[in-house]
Each structure stands twice: as C-alpha cells, then as structure tokens.
Design a protein around this ligand. Sequence first.
Ligand code: HMG
Ligand code: MG
Length: 296
Amino acid sequence: MRVTVKEVGPRDGLQNEPTFIQTEDKIAWINQLSKTGLTYIEVTSFVHPKWIPQLADAYEVASRIERVEGVTYAALVPNKKGLEGALAANMDEVAVFMSASETHNRKNINKSIEETYPVLKEVIDEAKRANKTVRGYVSTVFGCPYEGKISIERVISVSERLFELGIDELSLGDTIGVANPVQVQQTLEQLLKRFSAEKMALHFHNTRGMALANVFASLQMGITIFDSSLGGLGGCPYAPGASGNLATDDLVYMLTQMGIECGVQLEPLTEAARWIEEKIGRPLMSHHLNVVRGNR
Ligand code: HMG
Ligand code: MG
C-alpha cells in the first residue's frame, strides 16, 4: 500500500497566521519542502488579499519557487481572477473550494452554494483548456461552526456537482476538526458507492486530536490520499474553532511505523518544520516536534 501525502502548509497552514511571514521565507520554506520526498505542495492561494492578507504575495511566491521534478505545485483559487493569477504563475494544478454548509459557504466566499457552481464551472473549464488538473475541496463535511451537523445528502450533492463540473479529485474537509472515526467510515461508505477511492482525499484538522484516528479509519476504507500541514499549522479564518491541520510529520511518522510507504523522509521534514517554527515565533503543535524538542 502506498499513501500520497499532500502538503498544504504553505496555504492552509499559513493563511491563519496573524504575523506576516516574509515572501522570501515562504519561498525558502517551500524549496525545503520540495526536497523532502513530498510529491504535492499547495503553495498559496489566489484569493482576495483583504480576505487572506497573509497570502497577498501569492504570485511572487508561486512564480519564484524552485520547481523540483516529480512535485506537483498547486494553488487554491476561488474564481476566474484567482485562476488568472495561478495560470500566470504556471501552477501545475488548481484547487477550487466550496462548503457543504450554506452558511459557511457564504461566510467564506460570499456566495450561496447555488451561486458558487457557475463560478467554479468557469474556473474548471478554463483550467482544463490550459491543461491543468483541478482539485475540488468540500468544506464542513463532518460539521459546521454555524450549522452544526451537515446531512450526508448535502455532502453527496455538492460532491456530485463538483465531479460533474470536471474536478479530477475531491478533498473532503473536516474544517473544524469535529469528525470521529465512525462518522468518517459512515460518510465514506456512502461516498464510495458513488466515487472511486482513488479520486478522494481526506483533509483533517486536528482540533480535538482525532485526525490520526480518522486517517486510520479512512485507510481501512481504502483511501490513500491525505492532506496535511507541517508541524500542524493551519485553520480557516472564516470557520471559528478551526485549529491546526493534521501535522504532516505526525502523519509521516505513523505511516512509516505502520510500514505504509509514502516516500517522505522525516528528517528533512523535521528540519523544515523547525525552520518555519522559528519564523513564526512560537512552538508548533505536532506531537513529533514535541518529541524532537525533548519535551516527551
Ligand atoms: P467578493 O467580495 O464577493 O468578490 O469576494 P467579488 O467577485 O464581488 O469582487 C469584489 C472585488 O474583489 C473586485 O475588486 C474583484 O476584482 C476582487 P474591485 O473591482 O472591487 O476592485 N477580487 C479578487 N481580488 C483578488 N483575487 C481574487 C479576487 N476575486 C475578486 N481571487 C472572494 C469573493 C471569493 C474573492 C472572497 O470571498 C475571498 O477571497 N474568499 C477567500 C476566503 C478564503 O481564502 N478562505 C480560506 C480558504 S478555504 C479553507 O481554508 C478550507 C479548506 O482548507 C478545506 C477545509 O479545511 O475544509 C480548503
Ligand atoms: Mg483546511
């Protein structure tokens, strides 16, 4: 069995950080990440800089990183304007995003769910014309900070629409980290009746420390693609309660210990985590870094 780890730290990890990380530092960090064996890095997002000030330097970062062969470099885009930026920076892949929750969708991208589809259709069509692959995120799959539980019918409906619009892969977001392993398996049971496991990724936040348990539950269902953020950085500013993502270093540790190949080396990953930790100016939350620091 082989698992693909998709590093979202430079985007999801940094987007919630209040202190601006210098453009040069973001670039240097991504360059380090490119040498860890990771095959996928989401480097930034081309959203409105007023909404996410930390990533206002998206074009500079995306266009100046050193590309390593075999690594897919992706960026999040909300609309056509965002896509233009991502194409200008020659991203390999773009990721569109929306929420299974009406309220979170509005708070995050200022549109209803129905209003979002034509915007994403335009992005997906144009990205395809430019020979790019497209990833589609669905947020709040396992619970919403505004609406609470989200019905499985809603998750299925949004996912189906995104596949109909042409996404190549679906990433299911536990935006605020409320999922538990049984819920993950029940949700996947329904989705796997409709979409193949190879086209689905899980994107866990670790608010309640359940992300690794949720990964294990997903692995048992045949899922082999997981999003994570180095050191456990992360969160969505438009989803109160969203804390760090599943930490890439903890994920890689678990997979390696379980004998599951992922191709990522823990040592350079640890160095890259300690490097960005210094720039951020506070200890990152992953279990692995705590062990490395000698706190455990
Ligand atoms: P809006 O205000 O409705 O946009 O924002 P608009 O289309 O009405 O345009 C208003 C102005 O914004 C115009 O400028 C546009 O040109 C400009 P003006 O004519 O007034 O001078 N504009 C842009 N500027 C730069 N880049 C753009 C862009 N688009 C329009 N792409 C918008 C709508 C989607 C832009 C806004 O709501 C936004 O940027 N939202 C981003 C929120 C965000 O990034 N959230 C975090 C990422 S999602 C997440 O973290 C979840 C995930 O990790 C999965 C999970 O955990 O569940 C993916
Ligand atoms: Mg996220």
